[in-house]
Design a protein around this ligand. Structure first.
Ligand code: 5AD
Ligand code: SF4
Length: 483
């Protein structure tokens, strides 16, 4: 007999099939680390396991199954997970029947080794093997350890409806592609997430439509390199099925933008070598596509970029920035920067600082280089920049960025900005917070607005990265009642 149950935390619907699953009624604690893609994957995992009868909990004492969806991008990301496992070890001593699993990039990187290194771990599952989770958990129940780290060339979890975790009911991620074929020399992602593959555009549009109907007002299209999204076409440009249309990223974004003018679209991440003017023109043409681009540069030196195998030079990157500013003068641009990559000279570091000053990024994510096993850089170059030099360069990069961010934020004071209300401000329950199209957080008194409404905010003042303002207009959200 099938019974439809809505769990207490309203974290989604799941099916319980009476008497068929011994996973029924068990509690799952699922923690996520790393990039947005990982958080999005956790929503797929939650969907697969709720179908198998699990409900979610935030309390480790109550959990029958603890899953950590992990990141491997820098050594400190892995250390954080190890620290967390130490904490769960103390709980498992008291509750030996509790199952502990490691998912995601660290699982894929370390595989069986993780079982030897962390004795409490029962389950190791890579990013393409989540459909196998119920079987693997059954296997653990019989007293064995279970590992599935097979990478796939096809898996996109296309038809799985994610269970929205920690959702505000207004903004959501939609995964549009998986994996990465770029082989940047510093990066572990091609090894942990496998080959690039795109998801059927119809399923993406369907997911976005369904979110809009449920009241969501913003979707972020996710992929390691969204600009190389392609459907019904090979990497070499051959059409697979001539009777069907092909879809590239610009076309996909337009399809999603057309769902409804009140549905905002964001996306991440773009690769400078693949970002086309077509994408920029589609962004400019639709008000509901947010005017914000994350375009990781990594370094301002062409020599370093060559060693990083990024596929572009400083000049080429600056031309892409020029195109963004020409086609969308009001767009915000953010970036990623790595300091102290193999062989980076002081002059090359200064080139990064000068590029940052030239572009004047709105926001930047900045990191010290962390050598990752198996990568091209690990095999080919020496990690020869001393830790303290990496750290000093990182501080210089952060100082330049803080100045640029503060300068940019100040330009918004005195202007009226359209903001999507996301919820109560973390600092004051009298205030709401939301973001402008440029992805800047705005805080304002609640007035008559509600989460999910669009509002116009007159910006009166700002901190380094946040706008403070007052409401000048409210455009209430109308949620369809037909569904
Ligand atoms: N060390 C430091 N930073 C890295 N990133 C990726 N790999 C490494 C590494 N080995 C950074 C890049 C990337 C972001 C997601 O993480 O800047 O764009
Ligand atoms: Fe971390 Fe990269 Fe894996 Fe995301 S894809 S979780 S950033 S290693």
């Amino acid at each position: 007999m099938e019974e439809k149950i809505i769990d207490e935390n309203r974290q989604g619907e799941f099916l319980m099939i009476d008497g068929e699953s011994n996973l029924k009624g068990r509690k799952l604690l699922l923690e996520s680390y790393g990039c947005q893609m990982n958080f999005s994957d956790s929503e797929i995992v939650a969907s697969i396991l709720s179908e198998a009868g699990f409900s979610t909990t935030r309390d480790p004492e109550e959990a029958d199954l603890i899953l950590l969806n992990t990141c491997a991008i820098r050594d400190n990301a892995e250390q954080r997970v190890r620290g967390r496992l130490d904490y769960f070890r103390s709980i498992k001593k008291r509750k030996p029947e509790m199952v502990v699993g490691v998912l995601g990039c660290m699982a894929e990187r370390l595989r069986e080794k993780l079982l030897e290194e962390e004795k409490l771990v029962d389950l190791v599952v890579g990013p393409d093997a989540y459909r196998d989770l119920p079987n693997l958990i059954d296997q653990v129940d019989t007293g064995q350890k279970a590992v599935n780290v097979l990478l796939s060339r096809e898996e996109t979890y296309a038809e799985i409806t994610p269970v929205r975790l920690n959702s505000n009911g207004i903004t959501a991620f939609i995964s549009i592609m998986r994996g990465c074929d770029n082989m940047c020399s510093f990066c572990v992602v091609p090894f942990t997430r496998g080959r690039e593959r795109s998801r059927d555009p119809q399923t993406i549009v369907q997911e976005a439509k369904s979110l809009f109907d449920q009241g969501y007002r913003e979707v972020t299209l996710l992929g390691q390199n969204v600009d190389s999204y392609k459907w019904n076409i090979t990497n070499k440009g051959e059409i697979l099925d001539p009777s069907k249309p092909t879809t590239n990223f610009a076309q996909l974004m337009e399809m999603v933008a057309k769902i409804h003018p009140d549905l905002r679209i964001r996306f991440s991440t773009s690769h400078p070598k693949d970002m086309t003017d077509d994408v920029l023109h589609v962004m400019a043409a639709y008000d509901n596509i947010c005017k914000y681009i994350h375009l990781p540069v990594q370094s301002g030196s062409s020599e370093v970029l060559k060693r990083m195998n990024r596929g572009y030079s400083r000049e080429w990157y600056l031309q892409r920035i020029e195109a963004i500013k020409r086609i969308m003068p009001d767009a915000a641009i953010s970036t990623d920067i790595i300091t102290g990559f193999c062989g980076e000279t002081e002059e090359q570091h200064l080139e990064t600082l000068s590029l940052m000053k030239e572009v004047e990024y709105d926001l930047a994510y900045m990191f010290k280089y962390s050598e990752r096993p198996k990568t091209l850089a690990e095999r080919k170059y020496e990690d020869d920049i001393p830790e303290e030099v990496k750290g000093r360069r990182l501080k210089e990069v952060i100082d330049v960025q803080m100045e640029c961010s503060a300068k940019r934020t100040k330009t918004y004071v005195g202007q009226v900005h359209r903001v999507l209300v996301e919820g109560t401000s973390k600092k004051s329950d009298q205030h709401y917070q939301g973001r402008t199209t440029q992805n800047v957080v705005a805080i304002f008194p609640k007035g008559d607005a509600k989460p999910g409404d669009y509002v116009d905010v007159l910006v009166n003042s700002c901190t380094a990265v946040t706008l403070l303002g007052e409401l000048v207009a409210v455009y209430p959200r109308i949620v369809s009642t037909e569904n």
